[in-house]
Design a protein around this ligand. Structure first.
Ligand code: MG
Length: 457
C-alpha cells in the first residue's frame, strides 16, 4: 500500500453512493474489517439513508466471508449501536452512516468493543488489509452467521439513558418538547424517550425518509427555521434537532432562539462540575472561551485536544474523564458512554431545567456572552503543511497553542483559531470576542494575514 492511499477520514469512510462507495467497495471494506477482527461477533446497523440497506448487506457479505458473526440491528442512531456493542459484550460493530452529509453520501464507521470508534492505528491496519487485498477468507464450513437483533436495541438504549437522569423530577415538569429528527434515525428513539420522561412531544420531520425532504441533516441555524418557528408557535419549552445519525444535538429555547453547541455544553458542564468537584473535562481547541470560563469558575480542569470526536472519546478514556463536549453539538457523557449522544444530551438538559426551575433561555443568559465569527480561506491540500509552518513562524511571539493549527488568546478574552480543514481544501478561522465588532475585526485581520502568507508560497 502506498502511504498516500487512505480509506478513512476524520470520521470513518465517507463517499458518494455508487460513485466512491459502490456495493463492490463495501464488500471489500467488509472483508478488510472482518479480517482485522478475525472471526469475532460484530453488530451491524445503518441510518435512514436510501443506500443504508444496500451497503449494510454488502458489508455483511464481506464480514461473514471472513468468518465474523454479524448481529444485524437494522436502523439505529450511531450512539444506540455504540451502546449495544458494550451492552451485548460484542467484539465490535459497524455502522453505515454519513452523519451530517447530504443524502447522496454514505459512510462506514468501525466501533471497538468498548463502544468507541476505532483508533487511527487500528484504521491504518484495516486500510493495509484493504489495499493489499490480504483478506482472510473463511472456508465454506467456517463462514460467519447472521442473526437478527433488531427491535430490542433501541428500547434498551432508551432504558439505559433513563437510568442516568432523575425521571421523576423531569416527569413532574410535563415539559413540551419539539423533536426534529431530520427524517432520520433520531426519530426512532428520542420521541419515545421524551414520552417516557413524562414530556409532551411534538415531532417534525419525523417520518423516516432517506432523501431527507424536510431539511439537510446538518443541524445548523439555516436548516432549523421550521423547528424554531414550531417551538414558538405552539409554546413548547424546548426544541431539539439531530444530525443524520443522532449523535449531535442542537437546541432551541422557548422563544425560538437557536443555540450553537458551546452554549448548551456549557450548561451541562456547569451542572456536572457542581456535582463532580475538580473533575477533568475534555474539549477540542475549537471550543469557546465560555467553556474555559465555566471550568475556571467551578473548579474544573480542561484537557484540550485536536478537533475530532474520536480524539475526544479516546482522550476521555486515557485521562479517565467523565465529560466531553464540542461546539458542533456533541456532548460525551461518560457515565452513560464516552461518545457523542444526542438523546442523552437532551435528557441531561431537561434534568437541569427541572432541577434549577429555569427556562433554557435563562440558563443561557446567565453565562458569559461571546460572539463567534468564522471564515474559510481557500488553500490547496498540497500547500496546507507549508502554510502551517509559515503560520507558526509568523505568530510564535503570541500566546499560542499548537495542539491543532494555531490558537491565539489575547488579553481581552478574545481568541482566534486558524486550522487546516481535514475534509476540504480550505483553512478555517474561528474568531471569538466579548463584542461582535471585535470578533469581526479579528477574523478580517487574520484572514488578510493568512492570504498574504499563502501568496508567498
Ligand atoms: Mg453524526
Amino acid at each position: 500500500m502506498s502511504t498516500t492511499e487512505k480509506l478513512f477520514g476524520t470520521n470513518g469512510v465517507r463517499g458518494l453512493v455508487n460513485v466512491d462507495l459502490t456495493p463492490d467497495v463495501a464488500v471489500k471494506i467488509g472483508l478488510a474489517i472482518g479480517t482485522f477482527f478475525d472471526r469475532k461477533n460484530l453488530l451491524l446497523g445503518h441510518d435512514a439513508r436510501t443506500s443504508g440497506s444496500m451497503l449494510a448487506k454488502a458489508v455483511m457479505a464481506g464480514l461473514t466471508a471472513t468468518g465474523c458473526n454479524v448481529h444485524f440491528i437494522g436502523m439505529a442512531p450511531t450512539p444506540s449501536l455504540q451502546f449495544a456493542v458494550k451492552n451485548h459484550k460484542m467484539d465490535g460493530g459497524v455502522i453505515i452512516t454519513a452523519s451530517h452529509n447530504p443524502a447522496e453520501y454514505n459512510g462506514i464507521k468501525v466501533i471497538w468493543k468498548d463502544g468507541i470508534e476505532t483508533s487511527h492505528d487500528q484504521e491504518v491496519e484495516i486500510e493495509r488489509v484493504y489495499f493489499d487485498k490480504s483478506f482472510s477468507f473463511a472456508s465454506w464450513d467456517k463462514l460467519g452467521e447472521v442473526r437478527e437483533l433488531s427491535g430490542i436495541i433501541n428500547a434498551e438504549y432508551i432504558a439505559a439513558i433513563k437510568k442516568q437522569v432523575d425521571v421523576e423530577k423531569i416527569s413532574k415538569k410535563r415539559f413540551h418538547v419539539v423533536v426534529d429528527a431530520a427524517n432520520s434515525v433520531g426519530g426512532l428513539t428520542t420521541p419515545h424517550l421524551m414520552r417516557e420522561l413524562g414530556c409532551k412531544v411534538t415531532s417534525i420531520n419525523a417520518n423516516i425518509d432517506g432523501t431527507f425532504p424536510g431539511r439537510q441533516p446538518e443541524p445548523c441555524p439555516e436548516s432549523l427555521g421550521e423547528l424554531s418557528t414550531t417551538v414558538k408557535a405552539i409554546g413548547a419549552d424546548i426544541g431539539v434537532a439531530f444530525d443524520g445519525d443522532a449523535d449531535r444535538s442542537i437546541f432551541v429555547d422557548e422563544n425560538g432562539e437557536i443555540y450553537m453547541g458551546d452554549k448548551t455544553f456549557a450548561i451541562v458542564l456547569k451542572q456536572f462540575l457542581l456535582k463532580n468537584k475538580c473533575a477533568t473535562i475534555v474539549t477540542p481547541v475549537s471550543s469557546s472561551t465560555l467553556i474555559k470560563n465555566i471550568a475556571d469558575s467551578y473548579d474544573g480542569k480542561i484537557e484540550w485536544t485536536k478537533v475530532g470526536s474520536v480524539t475526544v472519546s479516546h482522550r476521555m478514556r486515557e485521562v479517565n474523564s467523565k465529560l466531553g463536549g464540542e461546539e458542533n453539538g456533541g456532548v460525551f457523557y461518560g457515565p452513560h458512554q464516552a461518545v457523542r449522544d444526542g438523546a442523552m444530551t437532551t435528557a441531561l438538559l431537561l434534568e437541569i431545567m427541572a432541577e434549577t426551575g429555569k427556562k433554557l433561555s435563562e440558563l443561557v443568559a446567565e453565562q458569559p456572552q461571546y460572539f463567534i465569527e468564522k471564515r474559510k480561506i481557500k488553500c490547496p491540500d498540497e500547500k496546507k503543511a507549508i502554510l502551517q509552518t509559515r503560520i507558526y513562524e509568523q505568530f510564535k511571539e503570541e500566546t499560542i497553542s499548537t495542539i491543532d493549527g494555531v490558537k491565539m488568546w489575547f488579553n481581552d478574552n478574545s481568541s482566534i483559531l486558524i486550522r487546516a480543514s481535514g475534509t476540504e481544501p480550505v483553512y478555517r478561522l474561528y474568531a471569538e470576542a466579548k463584542k461582535k465588532e471585535k470578533a469581526l475585526e479579528l477574523v478580517e485581520e487574520y484572514s488578510l494575514k493568512l492570504k498574504e502568507l499563502l501568496q508567498k508560497i
